[in-house]
Write a protein that binds this ligand. Structure first.
Ligand SMILES: Nc1ncnc2c1ncn2[C@@H]1O[C@H](COP(=O)(O)OP(=O)(O)O)[C@@H](O)[C@H]1O
Ligand SMILES: [Mg+2]
Length: 288
């Protein structure tokens, strides 16, 4: 068979490649050697019930685990035109630069990422200035307004000097997303970003993340205990149980033909538009 011209190029490495990641707290191992890849521009859903090790995994990527945690394995990060790096072995200074520039993270509760006594415009500006300290006052204001518009916060010129408590939960998550994306990261780690929100707002935030992901060509690690939520955003999914990945593959495959009994249980217990209303939900023991 003749080779196509494309096949002569080396395949692009995944943006992120996790290999044999193990995490223990005070000698107790809670992530038991997991491996997965995240391709460029793709969203990987990491799903599993509460306590399965999803947050520990994401914090290991950001190198934000407490000193009591012992981590081994490798997390290679391959940006185009940059050397491939193992995040677990980078100097703290380089890691700090990654955190405000190439890898951003958002959490379940937006208030944990926001300072309650600082105006939201100032907080978004600080995220920008951490990466680009010499930006002029005028440009900072323009970039902050633009970031607020991008996440569809209403009336940015008027609201830029409001405090976090003057916004709704969904709007606060939008502010956090604006802060996370203002430095145009390549990777966004979203750990249960919609779990604290009611269903309508949850759908709006998911739609926003999908739009921003396409506009910014972002790769995203989307973490949730809720398989129905993951199925709305993920291209690929990895299912985690008790610190191991029991199944991974394309989202279509996992959500329509789950192979592992645990995944089947999660699917059965996850209400969706197609769940018959006259049957009881399955009992997968989801605790969140
Ligand atoms: N800082 C910590 N100190 C001790 N144990 C922790 C810490 N963080 C997480 N764990 C433990 O690690 C396991 C996985 O937790 P976590 O990653 O938060 O799960 P998930 O995000 O999937 O709900 C749990 O048993 C939890 O108690
Ligand atoms: Mg968690």
């Amino acid at each position: 068979m003749q080779k196509s011209p494309e096949s002569e190029h080396l395949p692009t490495p995944p943006l992120l490649s996790v290999r044999d990641l193990r995490i223990s707290f005070s000698g107790r191992e809670c992530v038991h050697g997991i491996s997965f890849d995240l391709a460029r521009g793709e969203t990987l859903g990491l799903v599993g019930e509460s306590g399965s090790g999803k947050s520990a995994t994401s914090l290991a990527m950001m190198r934000l685990l407490p000193p009591s945690a012992a981590v081994s394995g490798s997390i290679t990060f391959s940006q185009p035109d940059c050397a491939t790096e193992d995040l677990l072995h980078l100097p703290e200074e380089t890691m700090r630069r990654h955190r405000c520039q190439s890898i951003a993270m958002i959490f379940q509760e937006p208030m944990t990422a926001l300072n309650p006594v600082m105006k939201v415009g100032r907080q978004i500006a600080e995220a920008l200035l951490a990466h680009a300290p010499h930006t002029s006052r005028h440009e900072v204001r323009e970039r902050v307004l633009q970031a607020m518009r991008e996440v569809a916060l209403p009336d940015p010129e008027r609201r830029i000097d409001d405090y976090p408590h003057q916004f709704s939960g969904g709007q606060r998550q939008r502010i956090v997303i604006a802060m996370a994306l203002i430095n145009k990261p390549r990777l966004l780690i979203a750990d249960e970003p919609t779990t604290a929100l009611d269903v309508t707002v949850q759908a709006q935030i998911l739609a926003l993340l999908k739009r921003l992901r396409a506009e910014h060509n972002l790769s995203m690690l989307f973490i949730s205990h809720d398989l129905a939520v993951v199925s709305q955003v993920a291209d690929h999914a990895a299912v985690m149980q008790h610190g191991t990945i029991v199944e991974q593959g394309s989202a279509a495959q996992i959500f329509t033909h789950p192979q592992h009994p645990y995944t089947r249980g999660l699917l059965a217990s996850s209400p969706s538009m197609t769940t018959p209303r006259d049957r009881p939900l399955g009992k997968a023991g989801i605790r969140d």
